[in-house]
Design a protein around this ligand. Structure first.
Ligand code: HEM
Ligand code: HEM
Length: 414
């Protein structure tokens, strides 16, 4: 009989324990997050399925690698074994109920494990949903109770009986490991809390919170623009030649989008209109309003941040029928070069990448304000079917064109 568990069993014991703590920390926050928590749902589901796989491996190893002999008989030994069985049931039951609950939800949101592996939905009747959902929340509490009993047992052996049982789950007689391994559980929980978004401000009638692009990203664009900008010679196309003749034009200045902007969309639905907005997007803009030909525009929209102000419809937006946000979390519009269409009015012909499809897309916008602060207002008409948006039964009443509007202010970086 070995003195301790195999290294594989020990590794899995602590890894699974830490991952479970992460799961509970994230799980408790999920319901309050709504559509904004889409990525966290994906994380929770991915880590949960990883726990399921590790637990299956662990149970296999349990039968395959020899374990130390039971230390204690009597009711204490029986209780310890019962708690172990309970803990295995928790490790299997939590992911299985989770998987069952997402498989039977009314709105079937696709899952892409760790952004790579699609998770199929289990073929279960819808009636299972309530049971799975309640069971999933309850089982976590059961797991916590068993965990406390388990730790109490380990401490009893360590402190009161001093029989060294705890070393059976530590790969060497190192006091550092004895502290570090249980600390992993705490770390798992803290990591789970840390990745939650900061609490949201109470919802305003039309909540929009613009994420301002970060300095480095903007700096990168400015650099790219420097490299691409037509300078004073070798202008090869007509526009550039025209610009070059007027005066030597430097690279266009970069702009920082200020918080409070909005990207909205609306689409007709059986004579009605559904309107919504994206609360998370960033824009990198380099443009000289006097010389729009050298403009560089890149807008990145977090598709999971779409909301039409109706929880049910919001739940459908990330699904495959609409944005397929699991596989395609962002949409981007990029354009290099814009043209003036009137005083302060412009048109940019660029590329929209939405749901993995890239197509030419034109946007129009006007600028107001002057010098270093401008307000940008514009619109675009997006042919949704070309991108596979709204390709199912719930979309038959939707008009083929989606009107996108945007407005924000931008400050020039000096
Ligand atoms: C493996 C260990 C897992 C643990 C310990 C765990 C734990 C939790 C906890 C504590 C909650 C909050 C429940 C509540 O407050 O009612 C939760 C919610 C949730 N979990 Fe898990 N989970 C695990 C795995 C999974 C898996 C594998 C999936 C899906 C594939 C999943 C999907 C969900 C969903 C969708 C919610 C939100 C529930 C709702 O909307 O009612 N979980 N989880
Ligand atoms: C500070 C936290 C923890 C400590 C100190 C600890 C300690 C131990 C020790 C010493 C053993 C060996 C018992 C023996 O040889 O009789 C053990 C076994 C076990 N632990 Fe933990 N553990 C902790 C957390 C957890 C957690 C969070 C889980 C799962 C949710 C877990 C699941 C198990 C299971 C299932 C066994 C039985 C292994 C087997 O024989 O198949 N432990 N634990």
């Amino acid at each position: 009989m070995p003195q301790r568990y195999s290294l594989a069993a020990i590794t899995l014991h602590w890894a699974i324990a830490a991952l479970l703590a992460f799961q509970i920390a994230v799980g408790w926050a999920l319901e309050g997050l709504g559509a904004h928590g889409f990525h966290l749902y994906q994380w929770h589901k991915s880590v949960g399925m990883l726990i399921l796989a590790l637990t299956i491996a662990r149970i296999a190893i349990r039968y395959w690698k020899p374990r130390p002999a039971k230390l204690e008989g009597g009711w204490q030994g029986a209780l310890a074994s019962a708690v172990h069985v309970g803990l295995y049931a928790f490790m299997l039951g939590a992911p299985l109920t989770g998987w069952a609950l997402v498989s039977t939800a009314k709105v079937k949101v696709p899952t892409l494990l760790f952004g790579l592996l699609p998770l199929p939905h289990l073929p279960l009747p819808a009636a299972v949903h309530a049971l799975a959902e309640n069971g999933h929340g309850l089982i976590a509490w059961l797991g916590i109770a068993l965990f406390l009993l388990h730790v109490a047992g380990a401490l009893r052996h360590h402190v009161m009986m001093g029989d060294g049982l705890i070393w059976r789950m530590v790969p060497g007689r190192s006091p550092i490991l004895l502290v570090a391994l249980p600390a992993l559980i705490l770390l798992g929980f803290v990591a789970g809390r840390a990745i939650l978004p900061a609490p949201q401000a109470p919802a305003a009638p039309a909540p929009v919170a613009t994420e301002v692009d970060n300095e480095t990203e903007a700096a990168n664009v400015a650099e790219a623009v420097n490299a691409a900008a037509p300078v004073d010679n070798a202008a090869t196309n007509a526009t550039q030649a025209a610009v070059a003749e007027e005066e030597p034009v430097g690279p266009p200045p970069a702009w920082t989008v200020q918080p409070g902007g909005r990207i909205g969309f609306s689409v007709g639905n059986d004579g009605d209109t559904i309107s919504g907005s994206f609360s998370k997007w960033t824009a990198q803009i380099a443009m000289d309003p006097e010389h729009p030909a050298s403009a560089m525009i890149k807008v990145t929209i977090d598709m999971a941040s779409a909301s039409v102000g109706d929880a049910y419809k919001d739940g459908m937006l990330p699904g495959d029928e609409f944005f397929g946000s699991a596989a395609h979390p962002t949409a981007t519009f990029t354009a290099s070069g814009a043209e003036a269409t009137g005083p302060n009015s412009y048109r940019a012909r660029g590329t929209l990448t939405l749901k993995g499809v890239s197509k030419p897309q034109t946007i129009r916008f006007t600028l107001s304000g002057k010098d270093a602060a401008r307000t940008v207002t514009g619109s675009a008409t997006v042919a949704r079917s070309a991108f596979g948006v709204g390709n199912g039964d719930s979309s038959t009443g939707l008009t083929p064109q989606v009107a996108v509007t945007f407005s924000f202010t931008a400050k020039r970086k000096d």
